[in-house]
Design a protein. Structure first.
Length: 405
């Protein structure tokens, strides 16, 4: 198991979807047609944003959320974000080289994921989407395990209970129900662990999410809903999902919601810690809307230039989560050139390790697809297995007779 991602852990424990069905929309037209809030929240809503580090790298205070981190912890957050971004870039490249079937990049969302991921205790439980590579990193899941799934050589990639990190979930929003049920179980066990469910702005429109909000509220379940509002659900902007800021949805279900600057790792850490603490102490669920931006494509099968304007991306580049922390650390004299160079070196080594590991992954036994479907087997699966085995054998027979001719 890993290594880089666990360095800060104190107690180790144990689509290829079409871009859009619509005709290609020139980016310019998409830009002028936009009337909603994607990337441009109303000022009043912006004022609600919890922020501890401005885009310019200035440390500010917030009346409800504060945080006091040691220089080492601050450097650790920087290291986590840089290495996660590097890993993500390597994965994108590996997909382009044909080594992975698909990749969903987290570019731009490093602060939301590392901030929230580092707020967790080892005994807390995480239910991710398919984009939570930074959270996986914080949980100590070996990055190469994530890639095995996207290469199609395993059925999930890791044991969820080894790191309290559930398998990636692609059925949009469904993991919020899993998290709620799990949290209700934690509550019945009398444990003070908390559960966190990650989901996106698009997922917020799913019935599963509404149901999990209802259940968690009435059962007072110890679950934190962490919504990364990255402004897009493939080609659909946030204004197509909601008429109110997403964090305000929680109120109607009877629990608090807060909007945090999702590109500010300190604010994400502080707000998530507070929400987890509420959950642990029997105060029930909370919704965090991390206001951020998906800098890349939805996945490697997507082409965002068909539906969004370059200027929007450029505006968010100025809010880069890594850059702002680096500026802050440098201005406070908390990092020097030697430290930055060592992180750079570590990034290169991580990239090399990941590339080599992916290329060396053996193809799975093609009959393995029938394993782990049912704990005790099933007649239908047995039948399908036999049919598939006969089908595979027919190639061997054909080869043999071709050789005989
Ligand atoms: C139930 C379901 N419906 C549709 C899809 C297809 N789909 C995959 S990703 C996605 C968009 C999700 O957007 P969002 O929740 O904002 O997450 P993001 O990809 O932006 O991180 C959709 C509709 C799916 N995987 N599952
Ligand atoms: Mg989204």
């Amino acid at each position: 198991m890993t290594v880089e991602g666990t360095a800060q852990r104190k107690n180790a424990r144990g689509s290829s979807k079409r871009t859009t069905a619509k005709k290609a929309t020139p980016a310019k037209k998409a830009s002028s047609a936009k009337t909603g809030t994607a990337g441009r929240p109303e000022q009043a809503e912006q004022d609600q944003l919890v922020q501890l580090l401005t885009p310019e790298g200035k440390r500010v205070e917030h009346p409800d959320y504060s945080i006091d981190l040691s220089p080492e912890e601050l450097r650790g957050l920087y290291r986590d974000m840089v290495l996660t971004r590097q890993f993500d870039a390597e994965a994108t490249t590996l997909q382009r080289q044909g080594e992975l079937g698909l990749w969903a990049s987290l570019l731009g969302q490093e602060a939301a994921q590392i901030g929230s991921g580092r707020a967790l205790r080892d005994d807390d439980y995480v239910f991710p989407t398919y984009r939570e590579h930074g959270v996986a990193w914080c949980r100590g899941v070996d990055p190469t395990n994530l890639l095995g799934m996207f290469r199609g050589v395993n059925h999930g990639g890791w044991d969820p209970n080894s790191n309290n990190f559930h398998l990636y979930t692609i059925v949009i929003g469904s993991q919020t129900l899993h998290a709620t049920g799990y949290a209700m179980g934690v509550q019945k066990d009398g444990s003070d662990s908390a559960v966190i469910a990650y989901f996106g702005d698009g997922a917020s429109s799913q019935g599963d999410v509404a149901e999990s909000f209802t259940f968690s509220a009435v059962y007072n379940a110890p679950v934190v809903f962490f919504c990364q509002n990255n402004q897009w659900a493939i080609s659909e902007p946030t204004e197509k999902q909601t008429r109110v800021p997403l964090y305000q949805r929680a109120r109607g279900f009877g629990f608090p919601g807060v909007r945090v600057d999702g590109n500010d790792v300190l604010a994400c850490l502080a707000v998530t810690k507070a929400a987890l603490e509420r959950a642990r102490t029997g105060q029930g669920p909370m919704l965090i809307e991390a206001f951020t931006y998906r800098m890349g494509a939805h996945t490697t099968s997507d082409d965002p230039t068909r539906y969004r304007a370059d200027e929007e991306r450029a505006a968010w580049e100025a809010k880069d989560p890594i850059q702002r922390l680096r500026v802050y650390l440098q201005s406070e004299g908390l990092v020097d050139e030697a430290f930055l160079a060592s992180i750079e070196e570590e990034s290169v080594a991580l990239g090399k390790r990941v590339r080599e590991a992916v290329r060396a992954m053996p193809d799975p036994d093609h009959m393995a697809i029938f394993e782990n479907v049912y704990a005790d087997g099933h007649a239908l699966v047995d039948e399908e297995r036999a049919q598939f085995a006969a089908y595979q054998a027919s190639f061997a027979d054909a080869d043999a007779s071709a050789e005989g001719n």
